[in-house]
Structure formats: structure tokens, C-alpha cells
Design a protein around this ligand. Structure first.
Ligand code: GYE
Length: 364
């Protein structure tokens, strides 16, 4: 009897998920997971007998609509959750804070976190997701190292009824294969950076840009937004990738300082690690704080220190502390609740004036 009552539920939901995938008006992500060990309790769930399974499910139907409502719906709690977190890398302080936020939140809520570090490789991230699917996790929270090439693995997760939350960077491809994206508004960060640069150079000037890793959306949108808001009287003399790290940024800035000696009024760095490298190069070249302005992105403690010491004039915040938002969303999805498909983290802009007071409480 037990087995019979489970099968129809699985069939109904699979059929409905199939339809949802074909119909863009249905977001498959709001469907509850059917991972039996968490969702279904045959003791309390009344199930539609096989003969009542509709042969054609209307396009607007949802999985919950096909189930006879149980008198007391089973609510999943945080303690039931196992979340797969195939982190992309450990490239800098921002990433470390992002990892810590996920680990600390999971610990505090009693969630089982399946963490791995892909060392910057998409191949490793895909293998980690495959292992998680095998293991039968409830949710996958994926910070994608690159935007492309996710459809096949996301389809595997989809077929295993494991919802995926994309976090931090975004992906391209079939957006019906994942539940939602939680992360920064990268275009807006770029625009804010441009606005800050305009304020620093009201009469125009020459600047150089240290962009993030080529092909990564954080680099793409930060560059695009910046160009959108930058005044026409400011010239971007050069733009090279500092690969989001201080070592590469140091060597790029060294070259810039030699090539454009005395011509650079300001620098736009796509993240704080690179701003640190830029400052090292400026020090080596004998520049003083504030002589050449810097606008940077992230707002890490190190970035704040550069604000306080006068090297950086504006910090565009990019908040890595997403643990709470990701876990809350995971729980809501599993409980069949509607979730927003695009959730932005709260972010602001910091200047030297407020940096000193805020530095002691800065978490990352
Ligand atoms: O700004 C940077 C990190 O993806 C938004 O990645 C993130 C970026 C962040 O390396 O410091």
C-alpha cells in the first residue's frame, strides 16, 4: 500500500514538471521537490488514486494542485535540508567571506552543507554537482565560475528534482533549469563606479581600468555599467585584466604607470584585491595617497583600509554575505512557496568620511 501511494505523486509531479519546462509561463522552480525522504510521508499524505490521474494536465496546473491537500501540510525545516555548495574558488577575501557566510549560516540553522572548492575550474564544479546529485542533496547553491556551459548539468539536477539556486555571478543559457538567482546587481555597480569617477574628475581627465577575469559577468557588467554613466570628458586610456587578484593587478598597474607616466588621473579597479595591487604599484612608483584617484568595488576590510589611508576615494559595495538569503530561499522552494527569480543583495557606496567609523564592524 505504501509504495502504491507514493508512485502517483511522483508521476503527477514529473508530468507537471515536464509541462512546466515547455511552457514559459510556468516557473518550474516553485514546484516542491519530490525527494521522497524529505517531502513525502505516506502516513499523513492522502494521494490521488491512480485512476484519478488526469491524462492531460492543464498548462496552468501546478504540482500542488494535482495533490489532494493534506489536512496538515508537511513543512520542511532547516534541519531537514542538505545543501550542495560547490564554491568556485578561494581567490580572495571576498570569496572567503562568501564561503564563510554559507558555512556559518548552515551551522547556525542546523543545515547539512556539502561544500567543495573547485579551484577556479568549471570542470571541478560540475563533478562536485554530479557527486551531490548522487548523494541526493535537497538543493544546490551554485556560484558559477563562468557564465556558459551549465545546461547539461542543470538538466541532470532538474531530472533528479533538485532545485538549483544560482548565487553570486549569473549564468547564460536555459533559465528554466534553475530556480532563482541571488547576487549583486553588477551593472548597477559599474554605473555607481562611473558616477563616483565623474564626481572625482568634474573637469574630465584620463583614467585606466583594471578589469576582472575576462569572460566573467562581474567583469563584463562592471565595465558596461561604468561606460554607461561615465562623463564624456573622461577618457579611458587603457583597460587590462588584473584577473581579480593583486599580483596580476600589480604588474598591470606597473606597466600602466611606466607607459602613461604622469598622465593617469584616476584608476577604476573591478575589485578590492586588484586595488591593493594597484596601490602597491603606486607606492613603488613613489606616488602619494590621493595623488591618483582610485574607485574600487567590493568594500572588503582591505578596501576600507585603503579608504581610511586615503588611497581609495570610493568603494562600491558588493556584498558576499548571502548565506541567510540562500538558505531561506532553499527552504521556501522545498516548501512549495513562490520565490522571486531575481534577488539582489543590499549594497551601497562608501567614502573615506564614513570608512573610519565603519571599519571596526566590517565583517569581510
Ligand atoms: O567582486 C570579486 C570576486 O563574483 C562578484 O568575484 C564576485 C566577484 C567579486 O573575485 O572580488
Amino acid at each position: 500500500m505504501k509504495n502504491l501511494s507514493v508512485i502517483p505523486v511522483v508521476i503527477i509531479i514529473s508530468v507537471t514538471m515536464g509541462l512546466a519546462a515547455c511552457n514559459p509561463t510556468i516557473n518550474p522552480v516553485v514546484l516542491p521537490s519530490v525527494t521522497p525522504k524529505v517531502i513525502l510521508s505516506t502516513e499523513t499524505q492522502t494521494v490521488v488514486p491512480p485512476t484519478e490521474i488526469p491524462t492531460v494536465i492543464p498548462a496552468t496546473a501546478t504540482a500542488t494542485a494535482t495533490l489532494t491537500p493534506s489536512p496538515t501540510p508537511i513543512q520542511i525545516t532547516y534541519k531537514d535540508l542538505s545543501v550542495c555548495f560547490p564554491q568556485m574558488s578561494s581567490e580572495n577575501g571576498w570569496r572567503a567571506a562568501n564561503t564563510a557566510s554559507m558555512k556559518e549560516t548552515a551551522k547556525a540553522l542546523g543545515i547539512k552543507l556539502v561544500y567543495s572548492n573547485a579551484q577556479g575550474s568549471q570542470k571541478n564544479q560540475i563533478s562536485a554537482i554530479q557527486a551531490c546529485i548522487k548523494q541526493g542533496v535537497n538543493v544546490i547553491a551554485l556560484p558559477p565560475v563562468v557564465p556558459d556551459g551549465w545546461d547539461v548539468i542543470l538538466m541532470e539536477a532538474y531530472n533528479a528534482n533538485i532545485p538549483v539556486i544560482i548565487m553570486d555571478r549569473k549564468i547564460l543559457g536555459n533559465d528554466s533549469l534553475y530556480a532563482a538567482h541571488i547576487g549583486s546587481d553588477l551593472l548597477s555597480e559599474g554605473k555607481k563606479a562611473g558616477e563616483e569617477m565623474n564626481k572625482l574628475l568634474p573637469d574630465g581627465g584620463n583614467i585606466v581600468e583594471l578589469s576582472g577575469i575576462a569572460g566573467v559577468d562581474a567583469a563584463y557588467w562592471r565595465a558596461a555599467g561604468f561606460r554607461e554613466s561615465l562623463n564624456k570628458n573622461i577618457t579611458i586610456m587603457d583597460s587590462q585584466t588584473g584577473k581579480f587578484n593583486r599580483k596580476d593587478a600589480f604588474s598591470v598597474m606597473n606597466t600602466f604607470l611606466k607607459k602613461y607616466k604622469g598622465e593617469i588621473d584616476a584608476v577604476y579597479a573591478h575589485n578590492d584585491d586588484m586595488a591593493v595591487g594597484v596601490v602597491q604599484a603606486m607606492k613603488t612608483a613613489g606616488l602619494k595617497p590621493g595623488q591618483t584617484k582610485i574607485v574600487s568595488v567590493d568594500g572588503t576590510r582591505e578596501g576600507f583600509q585603503l579608504l581610511v589611508t586615503g588611497w581609495v576615494q570610493a568603494e562600491i559595495e558588493c556584498n558576499p554575505m548571502m548565506g541567510q538569503q540562500v538558505m531561506e530561499m532553499a527552504l521556501n522552494i522545498l516548501n512549495g512557496k513562490q520565490v522571486d527569480v531575481e534577488v539582489n543583495t543590499n549594497e551601497t557606496v562608501f567614502h573615506p568620511e564614513e570608512a573610519k567609523a565603519l571599519l571596526p564592524t566590517r565583517k569581510y
